[in-house]
Write a protein that binds this ligand. Sequence first.
Ligand code: MN
Length: 292
Amino acid sequence: MRLVIYNGAKLGVLRGDTVIDITDLVEAGPSWPPTFFVRAVAEFDRLRPAIEARLASPGRPLVSVKLESPVVFPSKLIAAPVNYRAHIDEAQSWEWMKEEIHGIDKYGVFLKAPSSIIGPNDVIELPPLDRRFDHEVELAFVIGKRARQVSEADAMDYVFGYTGAMDITLRGTEDRSTRKSFDTFTPVGPVLVTRDEIADPHTLGLQLFVNGQLRQDANTRDLIWKIPKLVSYASHVMTLYPGDLFITGTPEGVGPIVPDDRVTLRIDQIGEMTIGVAARVAHFPFAGQTTP
Ligand code: MN
């Protein structure tokens, strides 16, 4: 199933180009904290027969709805650093890169703030810093059930589904968790595809375009740590909960974005979305404390 969230936290299933609303099949819950998505994921096996029965109902055209992030309020956003070999070589070649770049074997995983998530109709807002901001395109996946110390062999049982993500990055000396956690720095979407629909998530082409120009073009077969290892490793560090979002790392082709750019993500079997870039008008009074 291809799940979407749209028009103010409505939950739907995409059937071709038609959205079928299933919001009422999930207990509504409070508007804050917005737990409907996590609960839908946690209870999906129980809900599935009712959802499948609903798919015979008429829906509304996809073009008539406003898509939002298909992942809402995950307890964690877990990210993989330098998880493609060609990106290691690329990052090491940047003349301003002062540190030695290693692969994920050396770094493990890191966390981004879940509050950085935005959807397909939102805009990346760059804070007023005279520094480089980069795009990264990544395959993302969502955890379906509580996972603690699971083996690589069992890890795929804990994956709920797949989506796309951009990991927007401020360059500089701050910790990754700061540089990548500004509000709007994790566009997610356009849809969340359940695991049963993608036979092998390690054969997906993924691309990123800036203003229509191809910047990144790779395949998930070249991931250094594939999904089972990411799940197993992280689950030996922290308990994973339904709805938790992983972003698997970016391939080569990383480059800068500036206000007024339009950034397009495209991933096989998931889809495509284009996000605008703007200058954030909010004051940022700490620029002098950082190293350009
Ligand atoms: Mn990344």
